[in-house]
Write a protein that binds this ligand. Sequence first.
Ligand SMILES: Nc1ncnc2c1ncn2[C@@H]1O[C@H](COP(=O)(O)OP(=O)(O)OP(=O)(O)O)[C@@H](O)[C@H]1O
Length: 229
Amino acid sequence: MQEAILKAEKLSKYFYEPSRFQVLHEVSLSIQKGEFVSIMGKSGCGKSTLLYLLSTLDTDYEGTIDIHGVKVTGLPEKNLARFRNEHIGFVFQFHFLLPEFTALQNVMLPALKLGRLDTPAIEAHAMEKLRQMEMHEHAHKLSGKLSGGQQQRVAIARALINDPDIIMADEPTGNLDSTNAAIISNILQELARQDNTIIIVTHDRDFANRTDRIIEMVDGRLQEPAVHP
Ligand SMILES: Nc1ncnc2c1ncn2[C@@H]1O[C@H](COP(=O)(O)OP(=O)(O)OP(=O)(O)O)[C@@H](O)[C@H]1O
């Protein structure tokens, strides 16, 4: 039997503005180690909200989440921030790189945040991740000066720097032209082939078809038997 790296049980989430509204309805799912999973569904069905819960960025919900054998639900924010930085790599539609820092510095940042002091080793590791994204030649350029597709590749390198157990990506190709979207989806597929666990939210059916499993969401509920037999 395969090992579940992430287990979510009965996640419910409410928003209160402009009025009380249940966006997630007892969502349960299990992600196996090495799985490449996509979450699809109409705009507003709750995909990003679910990913934010799974990524521990949003802690205001009912239900429980276990990641890597740790019950993250209820952990104090300080512990959670460290856990997140160590175990989860994020890629967003808008990459949130620091434009006045170089590509290399952006990639190094999550490792420095862990308090590792061996800066040359971190730099070498960051360069390796940039090389993996074929971005090493741009390492010393300010990230704000790179193209959207290049910035997204730097964002993926940054997500990989602490060798996370899970990579989560919220519409990683959503903001890119078709050529750059193809580059990013190929990179993610290659990372999946290398046995990384990846969860993506996407509107792109072709991209989703390349993942191991598509989870369909409708109005805050999952449409498939999300737990593997
Ligand atoms: N902070 C918030 N406060 C109130 N309502 C919110 C908030 N964030 C999201 N919502 C609402 O919750 C619902 C789900 O939003 P969510 O962003 O998760 O959907 P989505 O499926 O990811 O949509 P899209 O595909 O357009 O990104 C939407 O109706 C949205 O308007």
